[in-house]
Design a protein around this ligand. Structure first.
Ligand code: HEC
Ligand code: HEC
Length: 195
């Protein structure tokens, strides 16, 4: 068991169906134990919805979602393997990124922007995986920053309705508004993070 733990899967995870867990070995090498990332440029996968993970992997495969390495990695997996891996990560508990700083004043401004432009899909203050929209609160800030920049610059695909709202927010509040949002998503005390 000791050796498997160092590979980034908890004993509990290993008690699951092995055909779901085994393909995930490669992923946890970068994405952290059970998909909770330790590195600011690599996103946490744990707790995201199954369909979200599948959709993002398909985006990487087709190139619609830009990536440094995920495009190449995603191409190595069949649809069925991706479904099993997505199943696995969606059932792991999300652990918020540790030690991130957030300015309470900026986070307060960000809360208002989030409520107006993003809450409809990124529910419960960005803590919820519902709507297959991805968990934003507690995700690594540097990762969110460059993902949003890629989306705003049209280098990377995002859902049509999200695009409208994100562009509107950016027109009205500028880069400062994006910074406020990021402070909100990095806020310390997370209320109601869904398991
Ligand atoms: C070599 C390190 C590495 C490995 C191995 C790896 N990833 Fe990634 N992953 C990344 C990086 C870095 C990103 C950010 C996108 C990019 O630049 O490629 C990412 C992004 C993602 C995202 C986007 C998450 C989000 O919320 O936007 C998903 C989903 C993902 N990876 C799934 C997987 C799965 C599933 C596997 C295993 C089959 C895997 N990754 C293996 C490094 C890795
Ligand atoms: C109409 C629903 C909708 C709205 C509104 C919306 N989003 Fe999204 N968002 C999604 C969905 C669905 C995804 C995942 C699918 C994808 O990435 O292709 C997503 C993905 C994201 C991602 C990528 C997450 C990751 O880990 O890679 C970020 C960042 C994000 N949204 C931020 C925002 C922000 C900020 C706002 C408000 C300005 C917003 N979204 C508004 C539906 C929405």
């Amino acid at each position: 068991m000791l050796a498997t733990c160092t590979l980034g899967l908890s004993t509990m995870a290993l008690a699951e169906a092995p055909d779901a867990v085994l393909p995930a070995y490669v992923c946890v090498g970068c994405h952290g134990t059970n998909g909770n990332s330790n590195g600011p440029a690599i996103p946490t996968l744990a707790g995201a919805s199954r369909d979200y993970i599948i959709e993002v992997m398909e985006g990487f495969k087709s190139g619609e979602r830009v990536s440094t390495i995920m495009g190449r990695i995603a191409k190595g997996y069949s649809k069925e393997e991706i479904e099993r891996i997505a199943d696995f990560f969606s059932r792991q508990a999300f652990v918020p990124a540790r030690g991130q700083r957030s300015d309470p004043k900026l986070a307060g401004e960000g809360a208002r922007l989030h409520e107006q432009y993003c809450e409809k899909c990124h529910a419960k203050g960005g803590t919820s995986p519902e709507n297959d929209a991805g968990i934003l609160t507690g995700q690594w800030t540097p990762y969110l920053r460059y993902t949003l920049a890629d989306m705003l610059a049209d280098r990377s695909r995002m859902p049509k309705k999200m695009k409208k709202r994100l562009q509107k927010l950016h027109r009205k509040a500028g880069d400062a508004g994006i910074g406020q949002l990021l402070n909100y998503y990095a806020r310390g005390k997370l209320r109601g993070v869904d398991p």
